[in-house]
Design a protein around this ligand. Structure first.
Ligand code: AP5
Length: 218
C-alpha cells in the first residue's frame, strides 16, 4: 500500500493544527507536530520540557538537534509506517534538509507526498490566536469561530480550556516575525523541489478542508 505523507506550512494561527487533525481522522494517520510534542514534555515537567519551556514561551525556535531527534523517534513508531502528517516541521533550512534526506530514505516512487501552504494575513492571524483556547488533551477551540459546546469546557475530555502561553500579543508578534524570517523562505525553496499547494486560510474551517481534499483526490 503506498504511503501518504502530508506536509503543512503556514504562519502561526493559520489553521495547520485544525486541518491536520481533520486529515488525521479521515486517513487514520498520525499528526507529527513538534509544538504538540514539546508542550506534552512541558506539561509533564520532564527534563526536556523544562529545557524548552522558556524558549517556547518566548516565541523562539527550539534547537534543530532537539527537534530532529524528536522527529526521528516519532517516525520510527509503527503507526507512521503507512504515512504521516507534519504540522510545523520543517521550520528552517537545516530542518528542510533533514526532511529531504529522511524522505529519500523512507519513501518509494509510488508513495504520495503532498505539501500545503495555508495563507493568512497578519490581521486575521491576530484574531485567530487572540480567540484561541486549548485543552491539555490537545483539542483547540476559538471563542468565536469554533467555540466548545459548553462555555470554557473541552468537548472532548470535559476539562477547562485555557489560553496558550505563547498566544500573548507580544509573543505572538515574535512568532510571526520569526515565521517571516525563517520559515517563509522555505516554502519558496520547497516549491522549487516539489509542488506546493497554496490554500486560502481565510475561508471557513470546513471549506478549507474541502479545498485540501479536492487536491488530494485529484
Ligand atoms: P506550534 O505549536 O507549531 O505553533 P505554530 O506553528 O505557531 O502554530 P499554531 O499552533 O499557533 O497555529 P495553527 O496554524 O496550528 O492554528 P490552529 O489550527 O491552532 O509551535 C509552538 C512552538 O513550538 C514554536 O513557537 C517553537 O518554539 C516550538 N516549535 C514547534 N515546531 C518547531 C520546529 N520545527 N523547530 C523549532 N521549534 C519548534 O488555529 C488557530 C485558531 O484559529 C484556533 O482557535 C482555531 O480554532 C481557529 N481556526 C482555525 N482555522 C480557522 C478558520 N478557517 N476560520 C476560523 N477560525 C479558525
Amino acid at each position: 500500500m503506498p504511503k501518504k505523507i502530508f506536509i503543512f506550512f503556514g504562519p502561526p494561527g493559520s489553521g495547520k493544527g485544525t486541518q491536520t487533525d481533520m486529515l488525521a481522522d479521515k486517513f487514520k494517520l498520525p499528526v507529527i507536530s513538534p509544538g504538540e510534542l514539546l508542550r506534552f514534555e512541558e506539561d509533564r515537567k520532564t527534563k526536556l520540557g523544562e529545557k524548552v519551556a522558556g524558549i517556547m514561551d518566548n516565541g523562539k525556535l527550539v534547537s534543530d538537534s532537539i527537534i530532529e531527534k524528536m522527529i526521528d523517534k516519532r517516525l520510527a513508531k509503527k503507526d507512521a509506517r503507512k504515512g504521516f502528517i507534519l504540522d510545523g516541521f520543517p521550520r528552517d533550512e537545516d530542518q528542510l534538509h533533514f526532511l529531504i534526506r529522511k524522505l529519500e530514505k523512507i519513501t518509494s516512487p509510488q508513495d504520495q507526498v503532498f505539501t500545503f501552504l495555508i495563507h493568512l494575513n497578519e490581521a486575521e492571524v491576530k484574531k485567530r490566536l487572540g480567540g484561541r483556547r486549548v485543552c491539555d488533551c490537545g483539542a483547540a477551540y476559538h471563542l468565536k469561530y469554533n467555540p466548545p459546546k459548553k462555555r470554557g469546557i473541552c468537548d472532548v475530555c470535559g476539562k477547562r480550556i485555557y489560553i496558550r502561553h505563547d498566544d500573548k500579543p507580544e509573543i505572538m508578534a515574535k512568532r510571526l516575525k520569526l515565521y517571516h524570517k525563517q520559515t517563509q523562505i522555505l516554502t519558496k525553496k520547497f516549491g522549487s523541489i516539489g509542488l506546493i499547494h497554496k490554500i486560502d486560510g481565510r475561508k471557513k474551517i470546513k471549506e478549507i478542508h474541502r479545498d485540501i481534499m479536492k487536491i488530494i483526490k485529484s
